[in-house]
Structures are given as structure tokens and as C-alpha cells.
Design a binder for this molecule. Structure first.
Ligand code: SAM
Ligand code: SF4
Length: 326
């Protein structure tokens, strides 16, 4: 069954967050002190998350990405993923992680039926990585990337948020890495979600990132796969990996948007940058699968045509990306 929104877009993708907690504190995502911890009743149980996933697949969602916070810090995550992977009609199960726990968990994730991993990695320099993540260990993430491939996963896609004056000097280092590694490096424009002090100075457009790479390398365009998402993909001729640009702020990929989001507290969102959200909890406690399917259809049909984040006068309530799931 094809799920179409009121702007004619095919919606086939759910980003489902399983926790708002994290073992890192990336400065652009979370305040230093972390987020106010939600107690158990606020965070959805695995049974409730599964009900959402099943209803979403029933109405036409084909791909689910598990995100967070850091999804691998939640106890019981592997068994949960194993159950999700068995939902009839779900064609693609993916997970986004900071990679810090992957070295120990990659085998189990692969056996559970996760098909693809995205790993966030903003620097190849240990000190810069630690500064961005406020204490993260680069070597753990690099070990996690290796472990993922040894377990049988295709080379994980690497999500890299580029910020001027923080890690933009590494754009070419990341591009170089694609010559020898099969990962797709996806450069993501920094989004002023929590508007930390001086956030304006970090902004750098996807076009500028691309120009800086094109000044050293010729780039050929790469065709996108079915669930490829909003990146524009390129390859340095002969390279093992590829390079993607996600212009979440400057460009307008809204016309190709194929996704809805549900937070770990059960708030469904049709657009990352909209303050509109719908509480799914009344359809989970007690479980009301028919009502849930109806309300998910409503989220799809009421998706806005585009976000206004790059427009003048755009205002949104600050949010931590860790609570929405990116
Ligand atoms: N903890 C996991 C991770 O880091 O991959 C999953 C959750 S994290 C919120 C998902 C993605 O959102 C990460 O790739 C992260 O870099 C991205 N993200 C968080 N805050 C962002 C911001 N202000 N601008 C751009 N991307 C952001
Ligand atoms: Fe944690 Fe991911 Fe946010 Fe970094 S981007 S603080 S790893 S949730």
C-alpha cells in the first residue's frame, strides 16, 4: 500500500527514537548537563514502540530507522530490534548510532536483523572529536566501524556535521578517506537546534563543502537507491566510498521528504522543524491499534509542504536533537 501525503509525496520512512539519553554530549545536540531525564512512565516501553512500528507498517511505512539519544545505551535494544525485524511488510530496518558501543554490539545487531548502520563521526582527530562530543573517544568509534564490517554489515554511512572553525578544516580528510574506505561520508549542514552561544558562526553551506572538495577532486554523480534519503551523492573517480551532501538548511529537499518521526515519549512529528506534534500516548495506554493507525495517517496527511528554517523571521521552539532523534 502506498502512503501519500497531501502534497503528493510518497511517505515510506519512520524515524523511531527509543531513548533521549546518550553517553556523549555533542555540543550542537545537547546541553553540557544533558537533558532532563524522563522517568520510565514518560519513555515508551518496547511493547509500545513495537505497536507504533506495527501500525506504521500496516499503513504503508516500509523503512524504520531506530535513533535516539543513543539507541545502543538502552537495555534490551537488541531483543527489541530482533522483534522489529520480523514485522511482516517491513522492508528495511536501520539504526543510527554514535558508534561508541558498536565494537561490542555489531555482531548481535547484525544477527538481530538490522540491515544498515549509520554512524555519526564529526572528526578524525582525537582531540577535536573529544571537544565536539565533550569527552567521546574517537578510537572506540573507529573500532566500531571496523567491527560493523567484520560482522557482515555493508560499510556504514558516516554522518558528519560540518561546522566552520570547528571541523571544516577536515572536509578534505574525510573526502580522502573515501579513497580507501567503502563508507559513504554524508556531510550534514549544522542546524541551529539548541542555538548554543554564537551558533551563527558555525553555519557552512553544503555548496561550499562541495566546492572545497571539487577544488581538489573531480566528482562524479552517484545514483540513489530506493531508500537513499535526502543526500546528493558523488564519488571521486576510482574511490571505494562516496560523498553525500545533506543541505538540511540551505537547500530544499522538502519536496523529496519521505519521512515521519516519533520521539521516545511518543510525540509524532511530520516535520523536524515544525513545532506541531501529536501525542500518541492516548492510543498506547491502553493499546488502541485502530486509533493508532488513524492518527499516524493523520500525521502523514498533515505534513507541511516545507520547513521555513532558512527563511527570514523563522521562529521555532528550541529543541535538542537527541530528544527528536535527528
Ligand atoms: N546518537 C546517535 C548519533 O549521534 O548518531 C543518534 C541520534 S543523533 C540526534 C542523530 C543525528 O543527528 C546525528 O548524526 C547527529 O550528528 C545529528 N545532529 C544532532 N544535532 C544536530 C544539529 N544541530 N545539526 C545537524 N545535525 C545534528
Ligand atoms: Fe548523543 Fe547523538 Fe546527540 Fe551526539 S548527536 S549528543 S551522540 S544523541
Amino acid at each position: 500500500m502506498q502512503l501519500t501525503d497531501s502534497h503528493g509525496r510518497n511517505i515510506n520512512y519512520l524515524r523511531l527514537s527509543v531513548t533521549d539519553r546518550c553517553n556523549m554530549r555533542c555540543f550542537y545536540c545537547m546541553p553540557k548537563e544533558g537533558v532532563v531525564k524522563k522517568g520510565h512512565p514518560a519513555i515508551l516501553s518496547y511493547e509500545e514502540l513495537q505497536l507504533i512500528a506495527e501500525s506504521a507498517v500496516e499503513i504503508g511505512i516500509e523503512k524504520i530507522r531506530i535513533t535516539g539519544g543513543e539507541p545502543l545505551v538502552r537495555d534490551g535494544i537488541v531483543a527489541f530490534l530482533d522483534r522489529l525485524a520480523r514485522i511482516p511488510g517491513l522492508r528495511h530496518l536501520a539504526l543510527t548510532t554514535n558508534g561508541s558501543l558498536l565494537a561490542d554490539m555489531a555482531d548481535d545487531l547484525y544477527k538481530a536483523g538490522v540491515q544498515r548502520l549509520n554512524v555519526s563521526l564529526d572528526s578524525l582527530d582525537a582531540k577535536t572529536f573529544s571537544d565536539i562530543t565533550r569527552g567521546g573517544d574517537l578510537n572506540m568509534v573507529l573500532a566500531g566501524l571496523d567491527a560493523a564490517e567484520r560482522s557482515g554489515f555493508p560499510p556504514p554511512k558516516i554522518n558528519c556535521v560540518i561546522m566552520r572553525g570547528v571541523n571544516d578544516a577536515e572536509i578534505l580528510d574525510f573526502a580522502d578517506r573515501t579513497l580507501t574506505h567503502g563508507n559513504s561520508i554524508r556531510f550534514i549542514e549544522y542546524m541551529p537546534a539548541i542555538r548554543e552561544d554564537g551558533w551563527q558562526r558555525y553555519s557552512i553551506s553544503g555548496e561550499e563543502i562541495l566546492e572545497r572538495i571539487a577544488a581538489r577532486y573531480s566528482l562524479e554523480q552517484v545514483d540513489k537507491g530506493m531508500f537513499a534519503g535526502p543526500s546528493r551523492d558523488f564519488r571521486i573517480p576510482g574511490a571505494r566510498g562516496s560523498i553525500g551532501i545533506i543541505t538540511a538548511v540551505s537547500g530544499h529537499f522538502c519536496s523529496e521528504c519521505n519521512r515521519i518521526r516519533v520521539t521516545s515519549t511518543g510525540q509524532a512529528k511530520g516535520c523536524l522543524f515544525s513545532d506541531e506534534k501529536t501525542d500518541l500516548v492516548p492510543f498506547l495506554r491502553p493499546p488502541d491499534p485502530a486509533g493508532l493507525a488513524q492518527v499516524l495517517k493523520y500525521i502523514v496527511s498533515s505534513k507541511p509542504e516545507r520547513h521555513g528554517i532558512s527563511g527570514d523571521g523563522y521562529i521555532h521552539t528550541n529543541f535538542t536533537m537527541s530528544q527528536v532523534g535527528g
